[in-house]
Design a protein around this ligand. Sequence first.
Ligand SMILES: [Mg+2]
Length: 252
Amino acid sequence: MPSPLPEPDANWALFLDFDGTLAEIAPTPDSVAVNGKLPALLERLQRTLRGAVVIVSGRPLDQIDRYLAPARLKAAGLHGWQVRAAGDAEPSLPDPPEGLDKIRTALRAFADSEDGIRLEDKGISLALHYRAAPDRGPDCRTAAERAAASADDYEVLDGKMVVEVKPAACDKGKAIETFLAAPEFAGRTPIFAGDDRTDEHGFETVNRLGGISIRVGGARPTAAQHRIETVDAFRKWLDTVADGLDSKDDKA
Ligand SMILES: [Mg+2]
């Protein structure tokens, strides 16, 4: 029986995955529907937590911004390869490690030869989506491993109906630590919520730092300390966090 989630604290720093955590997974990565109340809720949390709300996603930042508009939050995109710490500055993107072209060519050839498999080119990483051909997961994994092995400094990351080849140097845990090192996050307790294997580094990191880890959905073993069953239930919990912090503010 998981322990109940602690009372919200104004010293929390919220790190939130997007797909499967703030928004339901959609049949294709570009058909995600965001609950209409979510952007305002995130902006409200951003105010009460004095800016300590960060989206941590495998998506590039422009997609996150589009889905959460008009909210524009601190964010780590592309598993932390792209970091926007301060409100408005657009981060420059470091060059990918060598070998990405070779990986791209191999994965494109694989995706083109298979029905129902779509290659997503994120510029620094490449993802094979197999939601339309769920039984092809192991083949995608093999193709991704082979492609990753053709270059140094790349690794394979499993997600939900997706397998991604990405630079090994970044992960969501490291991204969270980057934010926590900034002066404005000093003394804050990190909370990280995510839903799939790509979030496990994040869970492990906040556990190690005395924070709170939350898995949204799923039954698979996880390092997360807490579980919330659905995206809806998680959003409702964020609502109670915002309400709880506001009422503390009123009493202060
Ligand atoms: Mg996710």
